[in-house]
Design a protein around this ligand. Sequence first.
Ligand code: FES
Length: 145
Amino acid sequence: MKLTLRIWRQENASQPGRMQPYEVDGIRGDMSFLEMLDVLNEQLILAGEDPVAFDHDCREGICGACSLMIDGEAHGPQKKTTTCQLHMRSFRDGATIDVEPWRAAAFPVVKDLVVDRSAMDRVIQAGGYITAPTGAAPEAHAAPI
Ligand code: FES
């Protein structure tokens, strides 16, 4: 599978960013979107260029750190699927894919596709972001086994 990627590149928060086109080849349908970006970054590193910065952690669809806008959709075209669980078989060979960071005033771009998520961390530390009381996790030692 050969793809054209148009990726947001931005050196830091104070510099302007731009969409930069890249070609990647040899992408398999069973690769995740992040593995496809790994292939691109290996290509860039071998060429002596700066790899694309992007966030990820678990790569198992749990943490939500892999927050990308793909063709204008949060986490891409597959509903209820994180970017790390989005497989390249969801795209057609020869496709052009736009990859951007989350764009919100609360999440300023740190570099390329990485945003400053500390605003969300503060909300979580304050107890969450929903108004419905959900209670706290029960004390583990209170449950007889
Ligand atoms: S890296 Fe954790 S959900 Fe994608």
